[in-house]
Design a protein around this ligand. Structure first.
Ligand code: AKB
Length: 321
């Protein structure tokens, strides 16, 4: 990812959990670009390859292992924990107990490791914290949060515990509520995954059956924006922040609007057949009010739906050849 950023070779060093997921894959090369060499130690339950010149140091870690977590953070000499490990919405419903372990116990262990080893900690949150009783259009940062998915509940828990650790122990906890992330690395187990699958399937087979209805509108974001926003929040001077958790918005589109945009550039047919994921999508916002992030630390997105679509087609076509 080539971004026009002010280089910030600093003393930051990141210990990343769940590093081989959709976010980690793109975040790691970006961290090297932004913070310089030796800035990353990665972990995951399974070792993986990253798209960087030399592979970052790897420590195997199952985030439910409290002692292992604390030891790994100590060994990494990190200044920041980026706790990315999580079961996303659809997978969490299918593997409920395992998701509670990873999404709740894992968060407890991450916050404890940050407290004990005096590191900052960033944990992604999600639009899934909102539920059917939250406003669905331009959903504000502060409103009723009564999510109906196990994943959403675990993210509300994470936000509240993060705030608690900040207040009680002074832990530098920060978090962003991500919309659906669109990237050329396949996600796993989310409801917004359709917006990635559609590109792979249309480019490979010229057809795609979407598991959400065509009118389903959700907040979405191209991965480069998401990663830039994440690092901008991590780097934001403490005095600019008025809260620990921010909404992060960019674009919103329906499945049908995405289809029309893609079909301007490549041929194919898309049909729609809702499955169990429709209910999760219907409980989430259609658009997000992120004015506080824009005001406090100057958040700006760059990718509109058209630029995102052209970029995705180009990247996935390259991968396929
Ligand atoms: C999911 O679909 O579960 C995630 C999310 C909205 O956090 N992409």
């Amino acid at each position: 990812m080539l971004l026009n950023i002010a280089r910030n070779f600093s003393s930051k060093k990141f210990f990343i959990t769940g590093a081989s997921g959709q976010i980690g894959k793109k975040l790691i090369p970006y961290l090297y670009e932004r913070y310089g060499p030796n800035c990353v130690v990665v972990s995951d339950v399974n070792q993986t390859q990253f798209d960087v010149e030399s592979q970052p140091p790897f420590l195997p870690l199952d985030v439910v292992d409290k002692e292992g977590f604390a030891k790994a953070v100590e060994a990494s000499e990190a200044t920041h924990i980026l706790h990315l490990a999580a079961y996303l919405s659809a997978k969490a419903e299918l593997q409920l107990q395992k998701s509670i372990d990873v999404n709740i116990i894992g968060v407890n262990n991450a916050l404890e490791a940050a407290r004990i080893h005096n590191t900052a900690i960033y944990v992604p949150s999600s639009i899934a914290v909102f539920g059917p009783t939250s406003p669905r259009v331009l959903t504000p940062d502060d409103c009723v949060v009564q999510p109906t998915t196990a994943y959403g509940i675990s993210k509300v828990y994470m936000e509240m515990m993060g705030n608690y650790y900040h207040k009680k122990f002074g832990v530098n906890f920060r978090s962003l509520r991500y919309p659906g992330a669109v990237s050329s690395d396949p996600p796993g187990g989310g409801t917004t995954d359709y917006a990635v699958e559609i590109f792979f399937e249309l480019l490979k087979n010229q057809e795609y059956q979407c598991f959400l209805s065509k009118g389903t509108e959700l907040p979405m974001m191209y991965i480069d924006d998401l990663i830039q926003g994440t690092c901008d929040l991590i780097d934001a001077p403490e005095e600019t922040l008025t809260r620990r958790v921010y909404n992060l918005g960019a674009i919103s589109f329906t499945a049908e609007q995405l289809t029309s945009c893609i079909l301007k550039y490549i041929p194919g047919t898309v049909t729609y057949k809702s499955d169990h994921r429709q209910a999760y999508a219907d409980s989430w916002p259609m658009s997000i009010d992120d004015s506080l992030a824009r005001r406090d630390w100057n958040w700006k997105h760059k990718f509109d739906i058209d630029l995102m679509t052209r970029t995705m087609i180009e990247l996935i076509s390259k991968q396929m050849h």
